[in-house]
Write a new protein. Structure first.
Length: 326
């Protein structure tokens, strides 16, 4: 058994360095807008990504994937169009509320639309804290979400279902006309940002609340960004089966469930992304359970290998701090 574990660790280290060296490889890819592609130059790890001749891919807008607090996995994303309109996705833990508020204030302080994938603390904790603060320093115009009946959360995840109640109560602090239950096929226009809802929540018996994530496809300057929340393999296969390849195919993808035990490789194959967003800290990025790379039970290294095999040219990970694409 000791010999088996030794070789398992050796294999994990080899896989890690293979991914790292491949990810740092600088190369050029080219495609025309007519075939749905982008033109990219000098792609590799970096704080910002330029595409096209002399321009940025969002034409004055930006995508910000915000860093975690205290080395925790979470999802907090801010989109901004060139006219300053803001869209927030999820927001992270309650302890992430201050940083998220600071970022929103630096961009004008007004959120035109806030989208929720699913009600877990590492996704909506910050929103609950912000809404419950009567002295909050930002304005939230509209919130978009789809929650199941409370009885379902009580049944499938009783230990954490109280958060869903807290979320509902926090949302109720906003005027009713500002709250919107979304459904598959809905399209929401927010300034120059468009969002398409790809599914109603899948109410499954396995990893239930994660699998109930609503997937959104955003468009900013004709660049598509697919947000998967915490969808697991089961929800991913339903999404793949029930969604057209046109709707799935996206330039940028948020890695499901923080890049480990999310959707299967065949879903990412259908998405065919050029850029991957990793909302995971360093320990999860390295599958480090405390004894080095590959010592944990997470599947991040395997997922990273998938993305390399699928030809993803750019990886942005919150282990490196706030990640901003212009």
């Amino acid at each position: 058994m000791k010999e088996f574990n030794f070789w398992k660790k050796i294999a994990a280290v080899i896989l890690f360095f293979n991914i790292v060296f491949s990810a740092f490889h600088v190369q050029t890819i080219s495609a025309t807008q007519e075939d749905g592609g982008l033109t990219a130059q000098s792609m590799g790890f970096g704080p910002a990504l330029s595409m096209g001749s002399g321009g940025r891919i969002f034409n004055g807008g930006s995508l910000s994937l915000l860093a975690d607090y205290d080395k925790r996995q979470m999802l907090s994303m801010v989109l901004q169009d060139k006219n300053g309109r803001l869209v927030v996705i999820d927001g992270g833990w309650d302890i992430d509320a201050e940083h998220l508020t600071d970022v929103i204030q630096s961009k004008g302080g007004r959120v035109s639309a806030w989208f929720i994938t699913h009600p877990h603390s590492d996704h909506v904790g910050a929103l609950v804290k912000i809404l419950n603060n009567p002295d909050r320093k930002i304005t939230i115009d509209q919130v978009y979400y789809n929650l199941a009946d409370q009885s379902w959360y009580d049944k499938v995840e009783s230990s954490r279902s109280n958060l869903v109640t807290q979320l509902r109560e926090a949302l109720a602090t906003l005027p009713a006309e500002n709250l919107h239950v979304v459904h598959k096929g809905d399209e929401i226009q927010v300034g120059q940002i468009k969002a398409k809802v790809l599914n109603d929540p899948y109410l499954l018996d396995v990893t239930s609340v994660n699998n109930s994530s609503v997937a959104y496809k955003f468009f900013l300057n004709n660049v598509s960004i697919l947000v998967l929340g915490d969808m697991g393999p089961e929800a991913g296969e339903i999404l793949l089966r029930e969604t057209s390849r046109e709707d799935l195919k996206s330039d940028i993808v948020q890695m499901a469930h923080h890049g480990q035990y999310g959707v299967n490789k065949d879903v990412y194959e259908a998405i065919a992304p050029k850029i991957a967003l990793w909302p995971c800290p360093l320990w999860l990025w390295n599958n480090d359970g405390g004894s080095g790379i590959g010592s944990g039970d997470w599947k991040t290294l395997e997922t990273r290998q998938w993305m390399e095999e699928l030809g993803v040219k750019q990886n942005y990970c919150i282990k490196d701090g706030d990640q901003i694409i212009h």
